[in-house]
Design a protein around this ligand. Sequence first.
Ligand code: C5P
Length: 227
Amino acid sequence: MRVAALIPAAGSGTRLGLGPKAFVEVAGRSLLGRSAAALAPHVAEVLVALPAGLDLPGDVPARAVTGGDTRQASVLALLRATDAEVVLVHDAARPFLPGAVVGAVIAAAREVGAATAALPVADTLVRAGPGGDCGTLWGTLTPREGLWAVQTPQGFRRDLLLAAHGAALADGFAATDDAGLIARTGGAVRLVPGDARLFKVTTPGDLALAQALAPVWDAQVWDAGGA
Ligand code: C5P
């Protein structure tokens, strides 16, 4: 089955405040360039959704499409631009992507039809109520057991994900990831162990972490001949 990697990279990066986030560089390489390079060895083609008016940097081995107003719209534009049987959706903002996770997600997507990288939740989760700068603790979401934090990559049979996007569009339903759209239609999604280094660069604090990790990561990738 032919596999394509789809990278939604059309976000504005408002919370980071450094312009379109995918183009932000960490140790001399953009988040997008890092994500695309990690995926390329595993797939037949890489497609990237970009903000309107922006072009792909020369060092990103990919084909570009124009993204939409939301992540969901950007993924739909990518889905419509490929005829691969299996698609791997990966956020440009997760630049440290181990090859073993890519392989496991592709294998699970082939087997089940839908799969996502995810990590068991280690922290206690609470809901905040009004009051103070951050709000006050309003309730603890217990038990923590059985809760997973969803990452990308997420892998799908393309026909399944297209149908789930079509249903969401028809219902005006918005989700922050694609596996959620499959689950909403009653489809099974296999959880595949992700990696702590697969964190999403969202805030200035995340960027500081990424800058600290990049030299270690890059040295390992060179030593191993690929992530
Ligand atoms: O905003 P957030 O960090 O959740 O975005 C996740 C991914 O979705 C990022 O890689 C971002 O570039 C992408 N995105 C997109 N189109 C949008 C908004 C976000 O491709 N309209």
